[in-house]
Design a protein around this ligand. Structure first.
Ligand SMILES: [Zn+2]
Ligand SMILES: [Zn+2]
Length: 153
């Protein structure tokens, strides 16, 4: 289930490849996102690297992430009232989203008839992303009725 996290990125090469300015802050943000292998909020990234860059602000981190999103290799994930999480999206993948704690997990296996759906609607698919909402393993404890009521049988 963690296939997309098996690769490592070289931040400098990545920035070069996408024609973005290479700065120590950008390198540090990308290294951190790559190292922690999970979906992080801008605040989490900020706190992880702020000691390296005394003049850094959360706004700068946001703007940098926006530039990465525009370039196409970072995806912003919004979950209810939780702060947006940012995801290195070099290998397309899908998400299981916990509505209670905001935890997001990656998954890759999918067997949707995308071609058929596209034909039915005469739709030209550029990319797709599946989000499954519910409760993560941790949040299910103490919520047996919720699970039962929403069981797919
Ligand atoms: Zn949860
Ligand atoms: Zn992801």
């Amino acid at each position: 289930m963690e296939l997309s996290r098996d690769y490592s990125i070289d931040p400098v090469l990545l920035l070069k490849e996408y024609g973005l300015r290479i700065t120590p802050q950008r390198i540090s943000i990308l290294s951190h996102m790559n190292q922690y292998k999970m979906h992080l909020t801008a605040e989490q990234i900020y706190h992880a690297i702020k000691d390296e860059f005394p003049s850094l602000s959360v706004a700068t981190v946001y703007n940098t992430l926006k530039a990465f999103i525009d370039a196409g290799f970072v995806k912003e994930l919004r979950v209810g009232d939780h702060a947006s999480k940012f995801d290195l999206n070099l290998i397309p993948h899908h998400h299981l989203v916990c509505e209670k704690c905001g935890h997001i997990e990656d998954f890759h296996f999918i067997d949707l008839p995308i071609d058929k759906i596209a034909n039915m609607h005469n739709f030209h698919v550029r990319h797709y992303h599946l989000e499954i909402n519910g409760l993560c393993a941790n949040c299910q404890e103490g919520h047996p009725s919720y699970i039962h009521q929403n069981q797919i049988s």
